[in-house]
Design a protein. Structure first.
Length: 204
């Protein structure tokens, strides 16, 4: 699939069939995450991939909020939980080559462990489209995180930024709600040219 088509087709699909995903597609999706950029090549992330029905059931049992708000996600045959790891960045930026730039120790203007893990998540979302699959990134609410980490023996220094359901869309997928096309803002609104407040009209 052409890259421009992948970007155009990407959307959050919340209604899945239980149709299995080819194993090679699963591996491509997971491997694509590892190609994301990371500050200092810290690679401060990990990914929990859940394919077996029993593992996915344990996952949903930990997340009653997600189940109640979006039960239609549950048939998805693959769940990936991206986990951010702050310590990887602190360790990396404490090494001599980074300390030369910042002798006072690691300091970050923004939490890049979240940003980079988010970039890895987007690569998985795009790769799913390239594999003719659909995906949805959804939240894990804060009160449910400790139970989730314990259930899957994940060290508490790893923090889930959300979860990704991947699969084939349901045959009765409802249309997008909320007039998405009408609400989508374009470059004429969101891209400032040269200085703030200067826009270029959207090309037809």
């Amino acid at each position: 699939m052409e890259y421009s088509e992948v970007v155009r087709r990407r959307r959050m699909v919340r209604h899945f069939s239980g149709r299995p995903i080819p194993e090679e597609s699963v591996e491509r999706i997971l491997r694509s995450a590892l190609r994301a950029p990371s500050g200092g090549f810290s690679q401060g992330w990990a990914f929990l991939a859940l394919e077996d029905y029993g593992d996915r059931k344990k996952f949903w049992d930990c997340l009653p909020n997600a189940v109640s708000h979006a039960p239609e996600l549950q048939p998805a045959p693959l769940i990936v939980v991206p986990l951010a790891h702050e310590k990887s960045y602190l360790d990396r930026y404490s090494l001599p080559d980074k300390m030369e730039d910042n002798p006072s120790g690691p300091g970050f203007s923004v939490p890049y462990w979240y940003i980079d893990t988010g970039m890895a998540s987007l690569l998985m979302l795009l790769t799913a489209v390239d594999e003719y699959l659909d995906a949805c990134f959804f939240t894990i609410v804060t009160p449910e995180i400790p139970g989730f980490l314990e259930q899957f023996d994940i060290p508490t220094e790893y923090e889930p930024i959300g979860a990704i359901a991947v699969g084939y869309r349901a045959a009765d997928l409802p249309p997008q709600v909320g007039r998405i096309k009408e609400r989508r803002l374009g470059v004429d609104k969101l891209v400032h040219r040269g200085t703030w407040g200067i826009h270029r009209p959207e090309k037809p």
